[in-house]
Design a protein around this ligand. Structure first.
Ligand code: CA
Ligand code: CA
Ligand code: CA
Length: 82
C-alpha cells in the first residue's frame, strides 16, 4: 500500500510537470505565431491600428463624423448614396 501510494505521487508529479511544461511551451509558441501572423489593420498606415485610431483614413475627420471612414477623399455624403 505504501509503495503504491509513493508511486502514484511520483507519477502524478511527473505528469503534472510534463503537462505544465508542454502546455506552457505550446501556448508560448502559438502566441508568437499568432502575433506575427495577425497584424492589426492600419488603413492609413500612421502606426495606429484602426481599433485605436479615431480617424482611420487620416483625412482629418473623426470616424464618428466621417460618412466614409475608410476613404480619405470623402468625408461628407453629398448624394445620399454610399
Ligand atoms: Ca491608423
Ligand atoms: Ca476620417
Ligand atoms: Ca473619409
Amino acid at each position: 500500500m505504501v509503495i503504491n501510494s509513493r508511486c502514484f505521487v511520483v507519477l502524478f508529479t511527473l505528469f503534472t510537470l510534463a503537462a505544465c511544461g508542454g502546455g506552457g511551451g505550446d501556448a508560448a509558441t502559438s502566441t508568437n505565431v499568432k502575433n506575427t501572423a495577425t497584424k492589426p489593420l492600419d488603413s492609413d498606415a500612421d502606426g495606429l491600428p484602426d481599433n485605436a485610431d479615431s480617424d482611420d483614413d487620416n483625412d482629418g475627420v473623426e470616424d464618428a463624423q466621417d460618412a466614409f471612414p475608410l476613404d480619405a477623399t470623402e468625408s461628407v455624403d453629398t448624394d445620399g448614396m454610399a
